[in-house]
Design a protein around this ligand. Sequence first.
Ligand SMILES: Nc1ncnc2c1ncn2[C@@H]1O[C@H](COP(=O)(O)OP(=O)(O)OP(=O)(O)O)[C@@H](O)[C@H]1O
Ligand SMILES: [Mg+2]
Length: 1080
Amino acid sequence: MAKMEVKTSLLDNMIGVGDMVLLEPLNEETFINNLKKRFDHSEIYTYIGSVVISVNPYRSLPIYSPEKVEEYRNRNFYELSPHIFALSDEAYRSLRDQDKDQCILITGESGAGKTEASKLVMSYVAAVCGKGAEVNQVKEQLLQSNPVLEAFGNAKTVRNDNSSRFGKYMDIEFDFKGDPLGGVISNYLLEKSRVVKQPRGERNFHVFYQLLSGASEELLNKLKLERDFSKYNYLSLDSAKVNGVDDAANFRTVRNAMQIVGFMDHEAESVLAVVAAVLKLGNIEFKPESRVNGLDESKIKDKNELKEICELTGIDQSVLERAFSFRTVEAKQEKVSTTLNVAQAYYARDALAKNLYSRLFSWLVNRINESIKAQTKVRKKVMGVLDIYGFEIFENADNSFEQFIINYCNEKLQQIFIELTLKEEQEEYIREDIEWTHIDYFNNAIICDLIENNTNGILAMLDEECLRPGTVTDETFLEKLNQVCATHQHFESRMSKCSRFLNDTSLPHSCFRIQHYAGKVLYQVEGFVDKNNDLLYRDLSQAMWKASHALIKSLFPEGNPAKINLKRPPTAGSQFKASVATLMKNLQTKNPNYIRCIKPNDKKAAHIFTEALVCHQIRYLGLLENVRVRRAGYAFRQAYEPCLERYKMLCKQTWPHWKGPARSGVEVLFNELEIPVEEYSFGRSKIFIRNPRTLFKLEDLRKQRLEDLATLIQKIYRGWKCRTHFLLMKKSQIVIAAWYRRYAQQKRYQQTKSSALVIQSYIRGWKARKILRELKHQKRCKEAVTTIAAYWHGTQVRREYRKFFRANAGKKIYEFTLQRIVQKYFLEMKNKMPSLSPIDKNWPSRPYLFLDSTHKELKRIFHLWRCKKYRDQFTDQQKLIYEEKLEASELFKDKKALYPSSVGQPFQGAYLEINKNPKYKKLKDAIEEKIIIAEVVNKINRANGKSTSRIFLLTNNNLLLADQKSGQIKSEVPLVDVTKVSMSSQNDGFFAVHLKEGSEAASKGDFLFSSDHLIEMATKLYRTTLSQTKQKLNIEISDEFLVQFRQDKVCVKFIQGNQKNGSVPTCKRKNNRLLEVAVP
Ligand SMILES: Nc1ncnc2c1ncn2[C@@H]1O[C@H](COP(=O)(O)OP(=O)(O)OP(=O)(O)O)[C@@H](O)[C@H]1O
Ligand SMILES: [Mg+2]
């Protein structure tokens, strides 16, 4: 929740306090705790009013992104959390909008983050100021000057891997719109002693290592260098490699930066040649050589290195060699040359190296200035950025001339800080019409005076000592100090005449101590005189001037014999004093902005906050003092509008809107809150609050009220949100439903469609397959037809043509032969035909076996035909006779032995011609019907077996017996009463006519007859009965049968062999029951 809040004031979500003026109570402990608390929360920036304290985080923080730049852009200083960008923005806007030149003073000890801070300021300004091709080029050149200067002026030290070993002040110039035009860089006091000697654990300037690591083989050859660091005396080896630093890559960056800044290729190469010469100078070594006059003289051990240097720089080798061996002192047209001993030769060599390098550095600065200087002559606004070494205090009296100078500079900066802060404060009070109350603060002017006073200041004394004829040593200098400064409150030394310190044995000999505003510093006097003199033998500068290398020549103008100047060059101390004075003057004309850098630990490590170390820095930076000054009268001030805006919710009249001037609103507010009147003052545009307590009270009240308001807003908001949400959901629901329905329908439609397609495709497939099958079948049929036709045609053709082939000849011949044989058979048969008599049994013999069945069949057919022919000749009467004969044959053939003899006898029927014989006239009249049989038979007497002749008459309906003589009818039997005729199977003419029992005729019993025409009579009786009664007469042929005689049944038995009567059978009654007939 807290993070979501939009910041409108630095007071929002503060960690500790964002502005130290709000510390309550204010003391060193609370100050450090506040810093630590903020540091622990990655809040590395804290304000003291408008001063920014920056604690080095020793890690990259995500607070410098382009988004952050945008966040801080055009916002008021107190609107957001403390940030270096807020200060940069304030300074830039004040420069652009209020036409005030600005300076940004960045101080702090080595490694505290000054250089980084200065780069951040520059990059911020570059990001927010105008844009455009030309402007961008200027910006780029200004920014790219940093890597070049850092390569030549920075080195790894025990405190900082990228320590600036020179002071730098850069003026960035802008036009009236705030677009950058160019810049001017000033450099202060390069630590040139580093060129020849580096403290333990430190390195020479970066450029040496970068050159050796990054240069191509070709360049190295050209510069007569070897890549191996250990080949060079001037390079310390113990820490030649720095963790996380890629010298080779940096070399490329530097070369690139040089190009961007505007160095020509030959210029860059010249610069590198000087660097190479410096490196090689360190390798020149000397050896003592005794001379005739007993003095020691130095000689160069190995002239090879010298030779190479001379080749590199274009100096005559002998000239340089001489310059290392002799020293010429000129005085009033007199020249005196003295030889140099080995120590002096080394001194001269190192002096040359240091001078060469430091002059090169100055030349570089000038060259860069030439590139980046503003091109137009319009009036410029200036923003100066000062990145200068902070206060340096080494322990164990290791502080030397350099520290002294540096600390002097810081002392001056503190002075200007105090002056400007107080001045600004005072100005604001006046501006706001607030009564000014005097503040007690420590003014360090007295210390500055101790150092820079022209008559008895330490620097003046040093110069005096250096210029004084006679032997001058560091000791004589210290003595002088002891005399002159003895009474100064801030000066201490063991030998001081001041009785106050006589007992101070903690002070070592040959040291003095100055109580700087930031603490006491013990200086070792050794080297002061020398370093102040900064002596370079004239022979060497002249030798340098003779170089054909243009750059080197230009670096030593004093070597020009034509411009010989016997006056001593200004001492290092006085030079520095002068440049500091110029700087101060420059700064005083500008609106100052302070960045105070603090180093949290000695380990270059993140997250470590060493309180003692920080405490020390706070003290010497005078930060507490700073806070005190800042809140001397009123701790906090704020313009009326933001104040009213921030606290208006605390009072009903001002909430939610105050109509009227902001100031009266704030008055109403403060009255309402009953804040004691002594706690605040109304300025013209700001309210001044005396105590931070009051502000915190206001803040607390605001926080409480905000919570209430938040609840209210929350309540309304939640209600609104829920309703909106609900409405939205409702709407969404409808939309979703609609969409879903559409989707579902679509889906269904698609499914149906795809199913239809599937079905369709199956059906089509099925149909197609069916058609295909049919077509295939048709095709096959056609093929079959073709095949069959082909076979058929083949067969036909073969058949047709077969006859033309011999294979068929046999069959043909066979058939032909057969036909001939049959033909011949039939022709022969025609001639051999037997007679047409049906009884002719002749039949020609069969000529061929295979015609056997035909022959028999032919015989049968011929016989039938012959019989038919024969029959066709018969008349109707004859047919009748034959019918009767046929009937007789069927009835008796093979049954009755008598039958064959009857075959030849024609059936005449009316043997007795009754019609003609008048005797039978009566009989004839009695019979009306047609007479079928009229014959005389023997009627066997039943009683004795004797026979009587009777006329046997058969008409259509009756059987009549009449007396032969009279013709009188004796018996008449209707044919219907005749039941059976019995006879023997033998050759006799006996037969019995059985009558129906009970009929009238049967009263006398059955008739037993004997006739010669038995067969004819039996046949005619049978036929007549059949035609009249439609019943077949039963004819029994048996040799024993029963006959009814009156009441008795008599058996008639035929026996064989009665010879008595010849061939006539005899009948004899044997008993009642038996009548025996003997048949011959
Ligand atoms: N704001 C920062 N964010 C991250 N790292 C930082 C920041 N400031 C400083 N540092 C780290 O601290 C190191 C030292 O910083 P810098 O070189 O600016 O110190 P300095 O004050 O210029 O020291 P010197 O006086 O020796 O030049 C940097 O190399 C960097 O690693
Ligand atoms: Mg630095």
